[in-house]
Ligand binder design. Structure first.
Ligand code: ADP
Length: 471
């Protein structure tokens, strides 16, 4: 078992107090990391704050070259990073490799985008004045990330932050700190200067509150639960930090009677069962038009039955373990509740062993069931029926969440009108996997604030400065 260090100001630090990281597939302890707290959190901000002027002073091109070097090292070690990710998070190796590449695509994309942080000139009101608008980095950024995408949730924040000229303090999830530390190691090797990236593992509450009360931290960017997102937003109020939040989702997946059924089934399997259902954009409730319910279910069930569950390191495995016992309990509770209220289990429905749960399809589902209202974060696919467009839009929008929604139809009018009517930040039309580096990812309502990805994503790390110039 390897013990890892945390990174502050370019120095790797060990602490007496550590915590263990386990493999959810086997329960084995795979590493230990320092259990940092207030003191390390403050030192990390000291380092990030100190390195800020020199990082800002670099040209966009110089920052871009360092980011591209980091990108290259991640590429070279992609297989190793993926393996570590599978061991600490559980996702199948192929998916882990997919995530490393996805994570890395943010670094290369923002290495380029950083060169395009353009200002403006605006016609003035008086002949002896000029109006200039500049974009400047917000300053020190705090990033707090979840366990379900141990690499991508970090690069999606850190790449635009660094490209914009900000420095960062990062707290990865306690379940998956190793991937984060590995990425940080490569950042150091790439020559990203000391203090520009700092990673503190440890007590979430202490680290979080230290950063949130520090006025030098000008921005919090967070992905995780709605509950913690709200807490951070409240904490950010005292020092009026900029806030970006990617929170929970409860994605509706609508299949119209004019959909290409094979495409729809392929899309729903990809969207629902990726990472064993543990993503915030996973299809959470599936609405199928009553005319096509039977053929849809027949095809869906066949695909779900074929999914191979097991240790993600094993060849051919498509679904790994859930992250912990609480995740299993949540899925079990939702299935029990649905059954009690009249749903029937068509596939799965049981624990296999350890943290492995059978991919499950429920039919006869109604809107009162818990799984139709609360995020599942597990391999459970509840299927409900609908008959009218207005009805399904209303049911789909009847949620406090608004992250991703999916719509399968071959009818152009439905595709446009329905995607416009859905109160969601991301709509996949005939697309179960819409997330890419160049597109804005984020939610409406309680699913969050701000966007990650695309030119929108870098704006989150920039301040607008108006210079009124008398001449
Ligand atoms: P999940 O339920 O998916 O683990 P959380 O919102 O609890 O989602 O976790 C997301 C991230 O937020 C993790 O890095 C976690 O350590 C961190 N976190 C949890 N509690 C707090 C807190 N009180 N303050 C700051 N960060 C926190």
């Amino acid at each position: 078992m390897k013990s890892w260090d945390l990174l502050i100001g370019g120095k790797w630090l060990s602490l007496k107090e550590t915590f263990e990281v386990t493999n959810p597939a086997t329960g084995d302890v795979i590493g230990s990391v320092p259990n940092g707290g207030k003191s390390e959190a403050r030192q990390a901000v000291d380092a990030a704050y100190e390195s800020l002027p020199s990082w800002q002073a670099k040209t966009a091109l110089e920052r871009s070259e360092l980011l591209l070097k980091w990108h290259q090292l991640i590429n070279e070690e992609a297989a190793e990073i993926a393996k570590l990710m599978t061991i600490e998070q559980g996702k199948p190796l192929k998916e882990a490799l997919g995530e490393v590449n996805y994570a890395n695509s943010f670094i290369s994309w923002y290495a380029e985008e950083g060169k395009r942080i353009y200002g403006e000139t605006i016609p003035a009101s008086f002949p002896n004045k000029r109006i200039l608008v500049q974009k400047q980095p917000v300053g020190v950024v705090a990033a707090i990330t979840p366990w379900n995408f141990p690499a991508a949730m970090i690069t999606r924040k850190i790449a635009p932050a660094l490209a914009a000229g900000c420095t960062a303090v990062i707290k990865p999830a306690e379940q998956t700190p190793l991937t984060a530390l590995y990425l940080a190691k490569l950042a150091v090797r790439a020559g990203i200067p000391d203090g520009v990236i700092n990673v503190v593992t440890g007590n979430p509450k202490e680290i979080g509150s230290t950063w949130m009360s520090d006025e030098r931290v000008r921005k919090i960017t967070f992905t995780g639960s709605t509950e913690i997102g709200k807490l951070l937003m409240r904490q950010a109020a005292d020092t009026v930090k900029k806030v970006s939040l990617e929170l929970g989702g409860h994605a509706p997946f609508i299949v119209m009677n004019d959909a290409d059924l094979n495409l729809a089934v392929e899309g729903v399997v990809a969207s629902k069962f990726r990472n064993a259902g543990q993503t915030c954009v996973c299809a959470n409730r599936i609405y199928v038009h009553e005319d096509i319910m039977n053929p849809f279910l027949a095809k869906f069930i066949e695909k779900v039955r074929d999914l191979s569950v097991g240790d993600g390191l094993k060849e051919g495995v498509e679904i790994g373990p859930l992250i912990d016992e609480d995740a299993i309990t949540k899925v079990q509770d939702q299935i029990r509740d649905a059954k009690e209220k009249g749903a029937s289990v068509l596939v799965g429905g049981d624990l296999i062993s350890g943290l492995f749960y059978q991919p499950t399809v429920l039919a006869g589902v109604t809107d009162e069931m818990v799984c139709m209202n609360e995020e599942t974060f597990g391999p459970l696919a509840p299927v409900a029926t609908f008959s009218k467009v207005e009805e399904v839009i209303k049911r789909a929008n009847n949620s406090r969440f608004g992250l991703a929604a999916y719509l399968y139809t071959q009818n152009l009018s439905h595709a446009i009108k329905m995607s416009e009517a859905l109160e969601y930040g991301i709509v996949g039309v005939n697309d179960g996997l819409p997330a890419v580096a160049q597109a804005p990812f984020g939610g409406f309502k309680e699913s969050g604030l701000g966007r990650e990805g695309g030119h929108h994503g870098i704006e989150e790390f920039l301040e607008t400065k108006y210079i009124s110039l008398g001449i």
